[in-house]
Design a protein around this ligand. Structure first.
Ligand SMILES: *Cc1c(COP(=O)(O)O)cnc(C)c1O
Length: 367
């Protein structure tokens, strides 16, 4: 019996050719032609103006905060229902996170809660980090408007949602800045990697400066500001360029896997799949659902016995010990989703038979 993983890497086949080119040129490090090609491809694909390739998505978010001059005691609004990499850099900057709960319509930030948080905030928040969870779009129409009206910078965490569109426009390109991740389990992977995008060239230039140790433009090593070593290597960018050739295929496959599950599991009445907002088209990076009466832990261990990997949904940030006492606008939605939810294997190399097998195992437990 083969092991079925949640979201394993899926190479296009071109990666090793491009890596071979990198080795031939000996531009193994630090930068090189493929880094530029990868950045250019991301801009062409998403419609973003400018892009900067980074070592991972977390560092891209950190750079976004630096570029926006988020510092000590500044308030940064953020999705509570997200992965830690989305918000840890708020603490790197000694700023104060203010977590916003979700709504049931999108599982992402509730625009109503967001407004409340802005009203209740002890001082004016500077930025919002908005996650598009599991590749499904947040309510961008309302959220962009709220940010504009309140003069709050919008950083889109599109780490999971490359290829997702809202009214035909790519997630990651609505905000002042956006980020993507190419971590091992994402829809595309470079083993580890990230991308910062913006329509404002000055911000991407500034981020590039911070990401390369904040070296002043002088013929010796002069430093006035704190920087980081956050740039992606040319070898990994070569993987990224090869992966970008199949992004549309991969996103379509994730959606197909989702529709297979929908069909196979339709008879289980207690299952509710993650919704999709009207006007949006998520990438369905992971197929996720809630169980209205059964315990997800029981299902997860039953699947593990069949060598099928499944997982709980993200534990909300406002419930994490790390963020004990942090500001939060809570309505119980993300906590309930965490208690009831599970992620199913959603790799882009799954066959319809794999999904049928997984669904059979789920039915044995739930029916
Ligand atoms: C993966 C992920 C990140 C961080 O990306 P890394 O490349 O792993 O640093 C940030 N936010 C979300 C929502 C993610 O899923």
């Amino acid at each position: 019996m083969k092991r079925i993983f949640l979201s394993p890497p899926h190479m296009s086949g071109k990666e090793q050719d491009y890596i071979a080119e990198v080795f031939k040129s000996n531009y193994i490090a630090p930068l090189g032609e493929f880094v530029e090609r990868f950045e250019k491809r991301i801009c062409e694909y998403t419609g973003a103006g400018y892009a900067l390739a980074t070592i991972n998505g977390t560092s891209a978010i950190h750079l976004a905060l630096r570029v926006l001059d988020i510092k000590e005691d500044d308030i940064v609004l953020a999705s509570s229902f997200t992965f830690i990499g989305s918000v840890s850099s708020i603490l790197y900057q000694n700023a104060r996170p203010y977590f916003i709960d979700s709504d049931m319509k999108s599982w992402n930030i509730s625009p109503t809660r967001l407004k409340k948080a802005i009203e209740n905030s002890p001082k004016k928040p500077k930025a919002l980090i908005l996650t598009h969870l599991y590749g499904q779009c947040a309510d961008l129409d309302k959220i962009v408007k709220i940010c504009k009206e309140n003069d709050i910078f919008l950083i889109e965490d599109a780490a999971e949602s490359l290829g997702a569109r809202f009214n035909g426009k790519h997630t990651g390109t609505f905000g002042d800045l956006g980020i993507y991740s190419f971590n091992g389990n994402k829809i595309l992977t470079t083993s580890g990697g990230g991308m910062l995008v913006s329509d404002r060239q000055a911000w991407i230039d500034k981020a590039r400066f911070y990401a390369t140790q904040a070296k002043e433009d002088l013929p010796y090593y002069e430093h006035k500001e704190l920087g980081y070593n956050y740039r992606m290597s040319n070898v990994l960018a070569a993987i990224g360029v090869a992966q970008m050739e199949v992004i549309e295929e991969r996103a379509q496959k994730c959606q197909e896997v989702f529709s297979w599950y929908q069909e196979e599991l339709a008879e289980i009445k207690e299952i509710k799949f993650m919704p999709e907002l009207i006007g949006s088209c998520g990438n369905r990076w992971l197929t996720t659902l809630t169980l209205e009466k059964s315990d997800p832990k029981v299902l997860i261990s039953a699947l593990a016995e069949q060598k099928i990997e499944s997982r709980r949904l993200w534990k909300p940030m406002h419930l994490q010990e790390l963020f004990k006492g942090a500001l939060a606008e809570v309505n119980g939605v993300s906590e309930a989703l965490f208690q009831k939810g599970i992620c199913l294997p959603s790799g882009t190399d799954l066959s319809q038979r794999d999904v049928q097998f997984i669904s059979q195992c789920i039915k044995k437990v739930l029916l």
